[in-house]
Ligand binder design. Sequence first.
Ligand SMILES: C[S@@+](CC[C@H](N)C(=O)[O-])C[C@H]1O[C@@H](n2cnc3c(N)ncnc32)[C@H](O)[C@@H]1O
Length: 201
Amino acid sequence: MRTTYLPTGADGLDDAVTAALRDVDRRGFLPRERQVYAADDRPLEIGRGQTCSQPSTVSAMLRLLDVPPGAHVLDVGAGSGWTTALLAHLVGPGGEVLGVERHAELAAWGAQNVASAGMPWARLVVATPGVLGVPRDGGWDRVLVSAAADRLPRDLVDQVARGGRMVIPVRHAMVLTERDDDGTVRTSEHGTYSFVPLVQD
Ligand SMILES: C[S@@+](CC[C@H](N)C(=O)[O-])C[C@H]1O[C@@H](n2cnc3c(N)ncnc32)[C@H](O)[C@@H]1O
């Protein structure tokens, strides 16, 4: 049975995440032959054994991330660029989104998809071998990770700014990591999900 994801009011919420899911068309982030399935609430193949994540899962992750306008955001495992574009919608032109993807072919295609979305404050680059995430002076206000780690990666926790948040699947648990203004890190679990593995070279 096909389950359709309807951003408008489907989950009873009409917030910035709903607006982003409504305005950023998933079809623009899928291979041509998969575009007909864009509204299906399931992961869709994008090549190299990877997927464009399930809309209801992305929606839950973005709500947990709680992205404010103007934020500086890192999107790890950017793949098709869909989450990068959704984050760009959330931060608006006063913010910045950097997507990072380890497969060079996917990164090149995802970068084109993001460019076509018309939000120049977002871009997608290929990951630097041996580097997890993208270290930034002062850290990132928000970090979204769309691949599952075996355990909470210290390298990514270190990239979260003071007052910042990271959402990352760890094995099957969705983990929210929050760094307080004094630097203290807290983690909490928010449901169970399945993701492709986060590769740590
Ligand atoms: C679920 S998929 C893509 C989800 C993507 N956000 C989207 O909307 O299409 C997760 C991606 O993480 C990538 N990935 C895995 N480990 C990575 C790493 N260490 N750095 C960057 N990307 C990674 C995979 O290649 C895959 O494309």
